[in-house]
Design a protein around this ligand. Structure first.
Ligand code: ZN
Length: 413
């Protein structure tokens, strides 16, 4: 039996043909409904251990996947007795072998597989950098055409562990939101399929494997979940994974509390949630957005249109789980990241460093008790180790003369 999709607005279920939205046009995040209520772990080396709860039929072979380990040294520094690290990246001493060093690769694998199974075409991905790198890596292995649109600032992050195949890379002036706008216009062309971001169940359930891996390793759903967020999709995915684990019956009955962080001074999600408002009001929640975005170190956390308001989105996740949001300065993130590297031997990326600082803040404020079971999602890291192992290759942007005329017309690249 195959999985189904369910609309959170009308409640209808229907077979998965690659939809990103309810066929009746309802505005909400579709959710995958899997026939297996109890999770069986498959004999796979990476993410597809959790294929029971991924929206794919076939399983490509990859070592890329999340790992979970108990923290001792960092936990001691933070003042916690039961801290677990969910890590996606490259750290051979932790059996972590994700060459692009980011949990975005967990999204890319099932998304590309689902795309192949539900119609093919060229997958169009807008990215601030990490998502683009992940899809570039997977496109080659999976023989899937991918078109990436990336702001020029993110170009240096688009590399692969082997020369990229099947990838077209376009760089645009502006920030992540400008890349999204160009990608949207390209998707109006025949044969170009939007990957859909948070709307794509494969992306969310791919990220949700971090939470599954943690619960399976710990033996129960953790009390607290800590992550740095741009769109908040990873937190939505953790909530959905927790709901499935509760339905499974073997991992406890309580949702985790969500502790989510953004990088000051760009913190629209923090601002809207602290007011317990379902809408993001740009003038209040992200004044001087362009200037604020330029000032943050973890620029992958700067999304101006996060899936916050939408039914099934981040506001609902925070409401269901009981959530807390934190604004973290560059300086706090940097020192927390260095502490993590010193104690755990893994260099976290700037977004993961924001999460480390949020954990320190949560413990400081008494939001997390010292014996609580805590999952810290280190969403990326291991860049130093990967450079020792691989000769990474930058992906070439296409030259203006090589941009197909139909794309130029639509996108004003
Ligand atoms: Zn509907």
């Amino acid at each position: 039996m195959n999985h189904l999709l369910r609309c959170p607005v009308c409640g209808e279920t229907f077979p998965d043909h690659g939809e990103l939205a309810c066929p009746d046009g309802h505005h909400g995040l579709l959710r995958a409904i899997y026939p297996e209520k109890q999770l069986t772990i498959r004999d796979e080396p990476g993410i597809f251990r959790y294929a029971d709860w991924l929206p794919v039929q076939q399983v490509p072979r990859t070592q890329s996947g999340p790992v979970t380990f108990r923290s001792l040294e960092f936990a001691k520094e933070v003042g916690l007795s039961n801290l677990w690290i969910g890590f996606t990246g490259y750290a051979p001493h932790r059996s972590a072998f994700v060459p692009t060093c980011s949990f975005k690769e967990l999204e890319a694998w099932p998304t590309v597989q689902r795309q192949k199974e539900t119609g093919g075409g060229t997958l169009v991905v807008a990215s601030a950098g990490n998502t683009g790198r992940a899809f570039a890596e997977v496109a080659g292995t999976m023989n899937q055409q991918v078109l990436l649109v990336v702001p020029k600032r993110g170009l240096e992050r688009i590399w692969t562990s082997a020369p990229a195949e099947n990838v077209t890379l376009i760089a645009v002036d502006g920030d992540y939101s400008d890349a999204i706008a160009v990608a949207d216009r390209i998707c109006e062309l025949p044969g170009y399929i939007p990957e859909g971001g948070a709307k794509n169940v494969a992306r969310r359930d791919g990220m949700g494997t971090v939470f599954l891996d943690a619960a399976v390793t710990i033996g129960s759903i953790p009390d607290h979940y800590v992550q740095g967020v741009g769109s908040g999709t990873g937190a939505i995915a953790a909530w959905e994974a927790a709901l499935r684990l509760i339905a499974d019956g073997r991992f406890g009955e309580r949702l985790p509390r969500l502790h989510l962080a953004q990088n000051l001074p760009f913190i629209p999600l923090v601002s809207a949630w602290q007011a317990r408002r379902r809408e993001i009001i740009p003038e209040i929640d992200m004044p001087h957005a362009e200037e604020a975005i330029r000032a943050v170190n973890a620029d992958v956390l700067t999304n101006r249109k996060p899936p916050y308001t939408v039914p099934g989105g981040l506001f609902d996740a925070l409401s269901a789980c009981g959530g807390q949001m934190y604004g973290i300065t560059n300086a706090a993130a940097e020192s927390a990241g260095l502490l993590f590297e010193k104690t755990e031997g893994i260099d976290p990326d700037p977004a993961a460093a924001v999460a480390c600082a949020a954990l320190l803040a949560a413990v400081d404020r008494g939001e997390i008790g010292e014996d609580a079971c805590v999952l810290l999602n280190i969403t990326g890291g291991g860049y130093k180790a990967v450079l020792e192992k691989y000769q990474v290759v930058p992906v070439e942007t296409i030259r203006p003369g090589e941009v197909p005329a139909c794309i130029l017309e639509k996108s004003h690249v």
